[in-house]
Design a protein around this ligand. Sequence first.
Ligand SMILES: [Zn+2]
Length: 285
Amino acid sequence: MLDILRSIKRKVLTEGFAETVYLFLKEIEKEDRVFKHPDNEFLVNLNFDLELGFGTTFWEGNIAKSLSYGKTSRKNLIPFLRYFSEEKIPANIQIAGALLDPEASNLSIFNDEQRKAMFEHRDLFKLTDDDIELLKIPSIETGLHGFSHRHFTNISDTDAEYEIKSGVTKFQKHFQRNPEFMAFPKNCVAHTDIIQKYGIKSWRADSQHPNGELEVPLGHWFSPGVLGREDLKHALKTIKEKKKGFLLQLWGHFTEMDARTFRELVGVIKESGWKLTTIKDFKKY
Ligand SMILES: [Zn+2]
């Protein structure tokens, strides 16, 4: 009975969508600012932030929760990468630079408790050489997710410069090239003049209608809890009916679902007639 009532309420208030999807579709109906969606093309960018144990709850004192996110991410990472590689799936993955730095636990920003956790769970705070080799899949554009996952809106110019410089340096060392796409930790976009100085050419915006042309509209959180199979199908169909063309960024982590569920949702995207792209291929930088 409760389920029926809930489903009636959902139909009346949000036209059958989960609320976040409904609000998202309402928002993108508004006029765009500077971002140019493609004409006659419907593109999805699958986009992942990779921080393993460097989650935001970690900094706020909930170390156990952060470790648990880290473990889920660690468990899902390789099956996702194998899938990307075998099926040549285009996607973006942004790495927190500290995962590439074996000395990161010595940073002064960590307290004793955090250092202890990092020491005891080393595999949740660094990428192995095998991980890094797998991340070099040709269909994937790897980029940067800051260095130590600090929120750029809360830090000074000097700290922002430190974060981006350290991140870019570690990235170059392991990937032999410059990262060009960035996702700000927690989507807290700030200090964009500084990141451009270090070669970042585009980043995920914090809204659907960014002011600057280097930003990619936020899109939707890719979590089956808020964007399940039916909602995804329905949303893709609705966008196609309302727009001439569209780039939809679906972003998340390796914690929201396992590779099997992800594979099914990618199937929904393809069946709906949408193509997959990296940001680099879309923006041609
Ligand atoms: Zn993050």
